[in-house]
Design a protein around this ligand. Sequence first.
Ligand SMILES: [Zn+2]
Length: 280
Amino acid sequence: MIFILACAGIGLLLGSVLALIAELVPDRSGGGHNPTTCRQCNAGVSFIATLPFRTEASRCRACNHQIPAARLPIVIATGAVFAAVANVIGPRWQVLPVLFLSAAIITLSAVDLARYRLPDKLLFPSLGVGVVMLGAFALATGSTDNFIRGLVAMAAYGLLLLIPNLIMPAGLAFGDVKLALLLGLFLGWTAETAIGAARLVIFAFLLGMLFGIFTGLFVGIGRRIFGHGFVPDPDFPPPEDGSFEPLLRTAAPFGPALAFAALALILLSTRILEGASILA
Ligand SMILES: [Zn+2]
């Protein structure tokens, strides 16, 4: 219990940092924003206005622009996910790589939901740290099998998502293919057999597709309730007559669906693989 609370606490603290990274990181169309300045007029904002727990009163003193409150959900999500990971894995070394993956996918998901982008500047460093981390644990524990399965699954999941990307690039962007490298690495590392690794990757793909449909429905329904400003796509402004696209054809970020499907399968892996998991 103390371990779960400690991880939740670390998650809450780390969540504020992740939220800042998600705001700052540039993507291929520029993007990124310094959270200590106003988005509208670039005037400096007070330190308190940059905190995730600030009040409605956080308006820019120069232009009265409301400073967006996107940080609190990231902070809460990080605390909750860290608690869930700690609860499933417990105080063992295996918790560290999964906490790292959680932090990476929360940050990537936050950027994807806000900008419909998975920036290389966030993805590739996460992948690099993941490879080094799992490699270091392989050396420390004297067992490289899981690490090698991770590397193979990394390539395999990337190739698997390349197929829908080539057929339908509008539905599954190349950023999602690159995200699959990171997810495949950790899915493969989790399994104790090659067949288990293949199973986790395929299940993660199928569950990701299902979550993706839910994300589209969620965004489509959200826009009908809250207007076109709900999870807006910067590349495709709403039609001028204000109409809505059909619910099942609402384009929505796919990264969070893929990422959280993979994390769910890693956390459920001992059951899915009947014990042949590194978390068993
Ligand atoms: Zn301003």
